[in-house]
Design a protein around this ligand. Structure first.
Ligand code: SF4
Length: 234
C-alpha cells in the first residue's frame, strides 16, 4: 500500500491516467486501485441512501473512512441508516456538520432558508463542510451513477477534481438501478428504509419528496424549483 505524500500534480496525473485505464473496470477493481494507491488518504462519501459503495470500499480497504454530511435536516431514517452502517460494517463512519446549527443559521439568515435560497442553504450545510472534511484526503469516492438523471449522464469513473485538488472516483458510475438492487440482494447491504416508501433518492427532508411513476430517480429532489444538484458535484 502506498501512502506517499502526493503533490497536486501527481494526483492530477494519477487521476487522468486512471480515468483512461479504469473506465471499463469493475467497481471493486476501481476501489482496489484507490485503496492500493492512496491507502488511508482515501475515503467514501455517503448520503446513507444505501451502503453499496461503502460496502464495496470496505472489501477493498477494511475500515475505510465513510464520510457522512449531517446537515441537521435529515430524515430520522437516514440517521438510523448511518448508525446501522457504523454498527455493523467494517468501516469508520465520520460525521461532518456545518459550522452553524440550524437554529444559528435561522438566527442569521431567517427561518427556512432552504425555501428562500436553497443554493445558499446547500452551500452552508453541504458544500462548505465537505470541503473542510475532505482536506485530509487525496481521493474520495461517491455513489454517483449515470442513470440517475440527465445531469449525471457523463459522470467519469475517475477524474481530477480541480476544485478540491483531489482524485474523484465514481466506482458505480456505469451501474444501473438493477445493478444496485442485485448487489444489495446478493450482499445483504443496508439501505435507507425510505427507498421502500416511495423515495428513489434521499436528501434533506424539506427538499425531498417521493417520486411519481415514470420520473427519474432524482426528480423528488428540490422538486418544482429547477434545482437539481446541491453544488458538491458541480
Ligand atoms: Fe438546505 Fe435543502 Fe440543501 Fe439540505 S438539501 S442543505 S435543507 S437547501
Amino acid at each position: 500500500m502506498t501512502t506517499a505524500p502526493y503533490t497536486a500534480q501527481d494526483l492530477q496525473q494519477l487521476a487522468e491516467q486512471a480515468g483512461r485505464d479504469l473506465e471499463d473496470a469493475s467497481a471493486l477493481d476501481v476501489l482496489r486501485w484507490a485503496a492500493d494507491t492512496f491507502g488511508p488518504r482515501f475515503c467514501v462519501t455517503s448520503s446513507m441512501e444505501d451502503a453499496v459503495v461503502a460496502h464495496l470500499a470496505s472489501r477493498a480497504l477494511p475500515g475505510v473512512d465513510v464520510v457522512f454530511l449531517d446537515t441537521g435536516y435529515h430524515f430520522p431514517e437516514t440517521i438510523g441508516t448511518r448508525d446501522a452502517v457504523a454498527a455493523v460494517m467494517d468501516v469508520n463512519v465520520i460525521t461532518l456538520t456545518p459550522v452553524q446549527t440550524v437554529a444559528e443559521q435561522d438566527a442569521q439568515y431567517g427561518p427556512r432558508l432552504h425555501d428562500r435560497d436553497p443554493d445558499q442553504c446547500c452551500a452552508l450545510r453541504k458544500v462548505a463542510p465537505l470541503e473542510a472534511g475532505l482536506k485530509g484526503y487525496d481521493a474520495w469516492a461517491t455513489g454517483l451513477r449515470r442513470d440517475e438523471s440527465p445531469t449525471r449522464a457523463n459522470t467519469p469513473v475517475v477524474a481530477w477534481d480541480s476544485r478540491r485538488q483531489k482524485v474523484k472516483i465514481a466506482p458505480i458510475a456505469r451501474w444501473t438501478q438493477e445493478d444496485v438492487e442485485a448487489y444489495v440482494a446478493e450482499h445483504g447491504v443496508l439501505t435507507n428504509p425510505l427507498l421502500m416508501d416511495g423515495y428513489a433518492s434521499v436528501g434533506c427532508a424539506p427538499c425531498t419528496r417521493r417520486v411519481l411513476e415514470g420520473e427519474d430517480a432524482r426528480a423528488g429532489r428540490w422538486a418544482g424549483i429547477g434545482k437539481t444538484e446541491c453544488g458538491i458535484h458541480q
